[in-house]
Design a protein around this ligand. Structure first.
Ligand SMILES: [Zn+2]
Length: 136
């Protein structure tokens, strides 16, 4: 799914993708993240046991399933779930602070998330229903 990025963010995300392409990060996900930057031109923001969520400078969100390597010709699909995009932005904006302005603001009349009682987490684990926001 495409979203409209704030215009000043697209070049910043492009720069982050470029930095990631040239990165020498050898951490647990370093090679996989670099592959997403190289092959998809996308910035990985969040990964868990299910897969990885990445954002392109065009505003397109991608999801890579974890049952594969994260490089072509493996399976990748658009990401439509608002809660997962919020989760990826919350986590990704800790590393890339410029993304914080894209976090959804709680609209008037939004309800507290029932599963997490509005906390956004269960202890140290983020709530998957609301993406850690605490409301839906
Ligand atoms: Zn919740």
């Amino acid at each position: 799914m495409m979203i409209t990025l704030p215009s000043r963010l697209a070049p910043l995300i492009e720069q982050r993708v470029s930095e990631l392409r040239d990165s020498t990060d050898t951490g647990p996900l370093g090679e996989d993240y670099r592959s997403i930057a190289i092959h998809y031109g996308a910035l990985p923001l969040y990964a868990d046991i299910g897969g990885c969520i990445a954002l392109k400078p065009t505003g397109e969100w991608l999801f890579f399933h974890s049952n594969q390597r994260w490089n072509p010709p493996e399976e990748v699909e658009p990401l439509d779930a608002n809660a997962w995009r919020a989760q990826a932005l919350r986590v990704g904006s800790k590393k890339y602070p410029e993304l914080a302005e894209m976090l959804p603001r709680r609209p008037d009349g939004a309800r507290d998330c029932e599963p997490c009682s509005g906390r956004g987490h269960f202890g140290s684990r983020d709530c998957a229903w609301c993406g850690g926001l605490g409301w839906r």
